[in-house]
Design a protein around this ligand. Structure first.
Ligand SMILES: NC(=O)c1ccc[n+]([C@@H]2O[C@H](COP(=O)([O-])OP(=O)(O)OC[C@H]3O[C@@H](n4cnc5c(N)ncnc54)[C@H](OP(=O)(O)O)[C@@H]3O)[C@@H](O)[C@H]2O)c1
Length: 312
């Protein structure tokens, strides 16, 4: 594995299509920009069309030949997720890279999505679960097709509380975030197992950015958290541009196996260049993953059809 990998090493992505959720800011923006620079047609899947248009313009300025499109996606609404998938299927024949990146952290007070799910579990996990299930058909048979789901070091404090998944009886903002990020990893690894079992050409991987200075720390957290994190961002965090590298590496590094989890290589995975990293045993627990999958199918009413081998 190379040290100090940079996006300059991304193989030519011309002829390939990528969807990046939450691409209007933070690490999603830089991941989208570098995929566009390497020749991919990139769909910025965002909930705010104005922010999407601004991001598209900024990418276009950096990559004048880039093919960039904006698609409307609110992961906190299953109707919107379905609407995006329908639109994508109408407009695009195939999908090569799906980067499940958008996220919200430590919301206080407890909030719910338009379907009534706790905001972090609903957005970070269930929204991406549904989106992937609805887009997977478009990835069938594509060479090197990859789904990359963005988790976090916070998965280490996560526990899937099946008795109170939505934090209705007891809500803790960090507990809910940790649960959602563990769910991201359980989903990414279980999806890859199912794809392998079906003999699919698609691979599912995961990535985390370490600690990157983005809007995440300010979007939903309470005021005191925001003040502490503003200081942390200034003295400890790496740039959002560096934080995007693990996503890009997971999406494009040749020969990476499905089920690989990529993060930064320095200072307890908080900063640096990308490399495969470890996760907790809970994240690799297959019984837990199967149970979460079944619950997620039930909650979203999205039932995966895993594309298998192309007929000979
Ligand atoms: N930054 C870090 O240190 C860090 C560490 C570990 C993991 N992560 C993960 O990295 C990912 C990206 O976060 P970031 O740090 O780049 O933060 P960010 O700058 O706040 O980006 C988050 C993106 O998600 C979008 N988003 C939030 N809710 C959404 C929804 N309901 N539907 C569609 N899009 C939605 C936001 O859109 P709006 O602009 O409209 O709000 C924004 O584009 C997240 O999954 C996060 O958990 C980040």
């Amino acid at each position: 594995m190379p040290n100090n990998w940079t996006p300059a090493e991304i193989p030519d992505q011309r002829g390939r299509t990528a969807v990046v959720t939450g691409a209007n800011s933070g690490i999603g923006f830089f991941a989208a920009r570098e995929l566009a620079r390497s020749g991919a047609r990139v769909v910025l899947a965002v909930r705010n069309p104005e922010k999407g248009a601004e991001a598209a313009l900024a990418i276009q300025e950096a990559v004048p030949n880039g093919e960039i499109e904006v698609g409307s996606l609110d992961l906190a609404s299953l109707a919107s997720v379905r609407g995006f998938a329908d639109w994508f299927a109408r407009e695009h024949e195939a999908l090569d890279l799906l980067i499940n990146n958008a996220g919200v952290m430590a919301a206080q007070p407890r909030q719910v999505t338009s379907d009534g799910f706790e905001l972090q579990f609903g957005t970070n996990h269930l929204g991406h679960f549904a989106l992937t299930g609805l887009l997977l058909d478009r990835m069938a048979g594509r060479d090197g097709a990859r789904v990359v789901t963005v988790s976090s070091g916070a998965h280490r404090m996560g526990r899937i509380n099946f008795d109170d998944l939505e934090g209705q009886r007891s809500y803790g903002r960090w507990r809910a975030y940790g649960q959602s990020k563990l769910a991201n990893l359980l989903f990414a690894f279980e999806l890859d197992r199912r794809l392998r079992e079906a003999g699919s050409t698609i691979h599912s991987l995961a990535a985390h950015p370490g600690y990157a200075a983005t809007n995440l720390q300010f979007a939903a957290a309470p005021r005191l958290d925001r003040m502490v994190m503003a200081v942390g961002n200034r003295i400890m965090a790496q740039s959002a541009e560096m934080g995007a590298l693990p996503l890009l590496y997971a999406a494009t590094y040749p020969g990476l196996e499905g089920g690989t989890y990529v993060g930064p290589d320095s200072f307890f995975e908080q900063r640096g260049h990308p490399r495969p990293v470890g996760s907790t045993s809970a994240a690799r627990n297959e019984d837990l993953a199967r149970r979460l999958w079944a619950v997620s199918e039930e909650l979203t009413s999205v039932h995966f059809r895993i594309p298998g081998r192309a007929p000979a």
